[in-house]
Design a binder for this molecule. Structure first.
Ligand SMILES: [Zn+2]
Length: 117
């Protein structure tokens, strides 16, 4: 069983957000994604549960996090697409960035796509 204190190590520190024509912006995932909360202090974020599942195409991890500032709970959903077969046209093509981060609320309602990791 995973020690809850280790759960934060499962969360990438940063995600990258694509900006139209201006490249990528790096944002910290050490923050509360609930509406009306501006907590960016990792000491006030307490991950307490992890769910993990996978199918043929993707591996999904959901880290449940309690925010001690707003007392809300949110879920960081990390989806990693498995390596797909390379294009036959271009042997040297690198796989695209394959991790995506979403924020969900306590009831698993999607709060939005945060970015890529
Ligand atoms: Zn909060």
């Amino acid at each position: 069983m995973t020690d809850p204190n280790d759960l934060m190590t499962e969360v990438p520190s940063y995600a990258f957000v694509a900006l139209a024509r201006r490249g990528m912006e790096k944002i910290s995932l050490d923050q509360c994604f609930l509406k009306d909360c501006d907590n960016e202090n990792p000491d006030l974020l307490k991950p307490f549960k992890k769910e993990e599942y996978e199918d043929e195409k993707r591996q999904t991890k959901e880290i449940h996090i309690k925010c001690k500032k707003c007392n809300g709970i949110f879920i960081l959903k990390l989806v990693t697409l498995k390596r797909v077969a390379k294009s036959t046209k271009d042997e040297t093509e690198d796989p695209l960035s394959m991790g995506m981060v979403y924020a969900l609320d306590e009831n698993k309602k999607n709060l939005g796509h945060i970015g890529y990791f």
